[in-house]
Design a protein around this ligand. Structure first.
Ligand code: SF4
Length: 94
């Protein structure tokens, strides 16, 4: 029996990225402990640390689940909104 991974399931979704208006903004110099919560909890793995340990975030690929808003909306997530118009994720199931 073949198993489908989460990455494979996510790869069938389509994303229309709003290059002009980021729907999620993280503060500069984010608190490390707060940022690492999001590294652990974002289901799309958009919060990461590079090889030097510096925090990185790219809103492209966001699943609009709201986890980062719930965990850090009062701390390091400065802005959280749904993408404009027809932008954002379109879920595909297959
Ligand atoms: S809304 Fe969900 S998928 Fe999007 S960045 Fe936040 S935790 Fe990740």
């Amino acid at each position: 029996m073949s198993m489908t991974t989460v990455d494979e399931k996510l790869s069938v979704n389509k994303y229309a990225v709003d290059e002009e208006v980021p729907h999620i903004v993280v503060v500069r110099d984010a608190d490390a402990a707060e940022f690492d919560k999001l590294v652990t909890c974002c289901p799309a793995a958009l919060y990461q640390r590079d090889e030097d340990g510096a925090p990185t975030f790219d809103y492209a690929g966001c699943l609009e689940c709201g986890t980062c808003r719930i965990l850090c909306g009062g701390t390091i997530v400065e802005r959280w909104a749904y993408p404009r118009g027809s932008m954002g994720v379109s879920y595909r199931f297959g």
